[in-house]
Design a protein around this ligand. Sequence first.
Ligand code: IMP
Ligand code: MG
Length: 177
Amino acid sequence: MKRVLGSTLISYEQIQRRIADLGREISRDYAGTSITFVAILKGSFIFVADLIRQISPEIPVEIDFMSVSSYGNETASSGTIVIEKDAEVVIDGRDVIIVEDIVDTGLTLTHVYRILTDRGARTLKTATLLEKPGNSRYERKLDYVGFQIPNQFVVGYGLDYAQHYRNLPDIRVLDEV
Ligand code: IMP
Ligand code: MG
């Protein structure tokens, strides 16, 4: 079985329009405060770069990155989480938004949410460009969602297959042939 690039699911223009909406919504919700974005590498690097540029200039914004992998047990409560790269920004007392590229099982987000809660975030919300509904075992509501997509494997705009395709401007389906 081989995987090849399939059709465009969400175009670059659609993504940009939606991110502008999300930026306005977040700017409204955080007016008068500040935001610490913690983006989960590598997939969210392009999304977060576009998202923070849609935040009102009145709002002080900090950004840092985390990279995590989970091993062993599949369940969010007992799986082992390894922090490959940690965020260095202060979390204690801050209003934090975790940024994901895509929420599938929600395990990554569940782990990062717990880590940042333990570090004393004053408020903690989540933003994801894509959500595959149905699969997620993340127990909270996602606060900011770009698009809900069908249960297909997608690449582009930061998302990879075996580290490739992150550079594509659009989000495209990866077909099996
Ligand atoms: P989760 O922990 O299952 O929610 O997985 C989230 C991570 O799996 C994302 O941050 C992506 O790196 C990866 N992932 C899940 N679905 C896809 C997909 O369709 N394309 C590319 N990466 C995906
Ligand atoms: Mg990935």
